[in-house]
Design a protein. Structure first.
Ligand SMILES: *Cc1c(COP(=O)(O)O)cnc(C)c1O
Length: 359
């Protein structure tokens, strides 16, 4: 039977995730592969989260609490909000989709950077919205140009901060200047998946905008520093009016019960967060120095990964690294993105890169 598919859907390219370790080992007949491709926490899940899972599993015959009462309450307490400011997602990815579904009518526009998280473009296109793509400037979001790109049809504006894949950030004063210029009806989406890793003193306090009742949403996740990517749980903090609309399009049980319970425990696990951040910072310094010693110039990073121009076809370097059992991410052209791993993994990556680049 011939299918009738809208061209917006037919034009989408399925998301290509980082290669799973088992798949690479099977393909190349190797062992001990290391994965530095998906910005996961190399120290593993929060131990406090692991400790509650088996007990939480006893009630898997029951549907989850669709309102996620305890977790939303804990997040609200943590960030000095009320629970009606908080929405959960099956990963913060899902909240991006809910935003598109709730706020974009066909032909409505969403402004985003040209090199940023690919999910924005995908979700906007899937809901028949129009992505308006603004080039990065010196590898950072060009907020003045993004504000210039706003039209009466603009409903969403995405600021990925720190930006994936570049690792760069925009500052508090840059955000303030942009917010002062935007028409009020535009919802600004601050995707802060790497918030806990950012160390700059100029990093913007975007929750302040939410507390001022601006049309802004701050997206964060348990997938990165908390080490729970496999459980799929992320959250958004925004005005009760916006959560009200998002809840209208949210699948009722989108945050599963194990994820809710583990996230609650992980949120209290300050030791794991502190250890993860400290290791990332120390290892970032080592990896930066190692890559720089090979004559490359990685971008400064506020996250748990580095973005680097390898000076030649990045796909070839990516594939050569695979043959050394090291999985990184080829983004485009000459650019690779490398997640900071454990000290031993980073050492193996640097050795492999040196070999592959013939330095
Ligand atoms: C990893 C990541 C997310 C979060 O993904 P989850 O769906 O919460 O696992 C969101 N935005 C960016 C930019 C990311 O890199």
């Amino acid at each position: 039977m011939p299918l009738k598919v809208h061209p917006d859907i037919a034009s989408l390219v399925p998301y290509v995730p980082g290669k799973p370790i088992e798949e690479l080992e099977r393909e190349l007949g190797i062992t001990r592969a290391i994965k530095l491709a998906s910005n996961e926490n190399p120290l593993g899940p929060s131990p406090k989260a692991l400790a509650v899972l088996s007990e939480a599993a006893r009630t898997l015959n029951r549907y989850p609490d669709g309102g996620a009462h305890r977790l939303r309450g804990a997040l609200a307490d943590r960030f000095k909000l009320t629970p009606d400011h908080v929405i959960l997602g099956n990963g913060s990815d899902e909240i991006i989709g809910l935003l598109a579904r709730a706020f974009l009518a066909p032909g409505d526009e969403a402004v985003m950077a040209d090199q940023t998280f690919v999910i924005y473009k995908m979700e906007v296109t899937a809901t028949h919205g129009v992505p308006i793509v603004v080039p990065l400037k010196e590898w950072r979001h060009d907020l003045p140009a993004m504000a210039d790109a706003v039209t009466p049809r603009t409903r969403l504006l995405f600021v990925c901060n720190p930006n994936n894949p570049t690792g760069t950030m925009v500052s508090a004063s840059e955000v303030d200047t942009m917010m002062a210029r935007l028409p009020e009806q535009v919802i600004v989406v601050f995707d802060e998946a790497y918030y806990e890793y950012a160390h700059s003193r100029d990093f913007p306090d975007t929750l302040r905008l939410v507390k001022q009742n601006r049309n802004a949403i701050v997206l964060r996740t348990f997938s990165k520093v908390y080490g729970l990517a496999g459980l799929r749980i992320g959250y958004g903090m925004t005005t009760p009016e916006i959560t009200g609309y998002l809840n209208r399009v949210r699948p009722p049980f989108n945050a599963n019960s194990l994820a809710q319970r583990a996230a609650l425990a992980a949120l209290e696990d300050e030791e794991h967060v502190a250890r993860s951040r400290a290791m990332n910072q120390a290892e970032m310094t080592t990896v930066l120095a190692g890559i720089t010693a090979l004559g490359l110039r990685p971008l400064p990073s506020e996250a748990n990964f580095l973005y680097v121009d390898v000076g030649q076809d990045g796909r070839k370097v990516f594939e050569a690294l695979l043959r050394e059992s090291v999985i990184v991410r080829h983004i485009e052209g000459r650019m690779l993105r490398i997640t900071i791993g454990l000290p031993e993994e980073n050492g193996r990556f640097l050795q492999a890169l040196k070999k592959v680049l013939n330095r």
